[in-house]
Design a protein around this ligand. Sequence first.
Ligand code: ZN
Ligand code: ZN
Length: 117
Amino acid sequence: MAKATTPKTATCRRPGCHATLTNPRSVARGIGPTCARKERQDNAARAAGIKPATLVKARELIADGGIIPIRGRRVFRAVSSDGTATYLTAPQACSCAAGLRGKHGCFHRAAATLLAA
Ligand SMILES: [Zn+2]
Ligand SMILES: [Zn+2]
């Protein structure tokens, strides 16, 4: 491995990524924009105490486009898994049955937490 005297590129520090960074800002931070966002989301999920299983469902919901922002990045509309109902969701609250009933956050709230990060 050649030692770079002028570090114009760097390797993303997120585990499992290893992408080569070329953007000066990313090089300075040592992480790419996508990974930086994932890292923020990981931190937010950890801070909110979201369980891994809930996190998986939340990420699926986001990937499926089942949750969209309706007010900035604080309030979201989530679609139920069968597509027949929509819920108002924020990191702190959700209008779905589980969200209204549960002490523990539903995965809509988890998804909102990730998106608001
Ligand atoms: Zn990366
Ligand atoms: Zn919910």
